[in-house]
Design a protein around this ligand. Sequence first.
Ligand code: MTE
Ligand code: MO
Length: 329
Amino acid sequence: MLIKHKKRSDCSEHEVTDQAVYLNRRQFMKVTGGAALGLGFGNAFAALQSGNPLAPPAPWQAAFNNIRETAYGQGEKPAPYDVATTYNNFYEFGYGKDDPAKRSGSLETRPWSIAVEGEADVTGVFDLDDIIKEALLEERIYRLRCVEAWSMVIPWVGIPLADVLKKFKPTSKAKYVYFETLHDPAQMPGQRRSSIDWPYREGLRMDEAMNPLALLSVGMYGSILPNQNGAPVRLVVPWKYGFKSIKSIVKIRFVEKQPTSTWMDLAPNEYGFYANVNPEVDHPRWSQKEERRLPSGVFLPNVIETQMFNGYQEEVASLYNGMDLKRQF
Ligand SMILES: Nc1nc2c(c(=O)[nH]1)N[C@H]1C(S)=C(S)[C@@H](COP(=O)(O)O)O[C@H]1N2
Ligand SMILES: [Mo]
């Protein structure tokens, strides 16, 4: 059932897609369980089951056959799959935009455990697939705005972050939640260089993490996440610059004090803890007023205006009442 709650962020004036074409594509994805022939995004599943082609899907895999549609991003035009999977930032695999696609094949994403620590009643080490098989996966079509002034629309598959965090019963002392990416230079060649203090780290204030827009993503385009997009589990925080959406998460820690993040540590004058998309606050080295919406031609760049909170102001502006968004960037 598609519940229509029309918000401004649900549609984009710039890119109104032919709804019928898109709905047909979704219908097609459902019928084929995401393994759309020739579109290139069903291979992940096939590969996972390749040990025994006749084996029934594991319970967590079955969750992907029942992805709930939502109203988020209806009317947006998702980037072509090959753009979303070859133009990536994932420094654990190198600094080039196509390095993650070329070099992330070495990442082993199953089995995958997540350590939950800190100010919560339920802590310990949990298997990701146990979390997935208990959940109802949702599709959320979100704009992703990178601090480098490019953006794309991606149809994510995931679980509302709040639903997952609540299971661990955070205590009243949990004011922030901290996340960490895997640190394993054997699997992540970029970590063999010490330019960044690995592992990659991020954090959210508790009320931000509990906001309904925050998603713990385990898939995109109807199937599991490709390695270069942060497999097997990543954050998607669409009203913040892309670097907050930490990939390949292995640790969640509930904490009392504001944690620091990788980019704050590297360049505190350029990147803040909040990192909300804000066209009024320029990066010290470039403007944030506009963005290049991918796919974008070299000779005819597809440049659009950047929106406050990446266009999600109705959902999140109240989180920041009374805060000076120009100073607390
Ligand atoms: N662990 C980790 N997470 C990360 C990054 C990274 O380098 N390492 N890059 C971030 C940045 S800058 C962006 S824009 C998004 C890109 O996500 P995508 O490649 O799926 O589009 O991932 C974010 N998450
Ligand atoms: Mo980014």
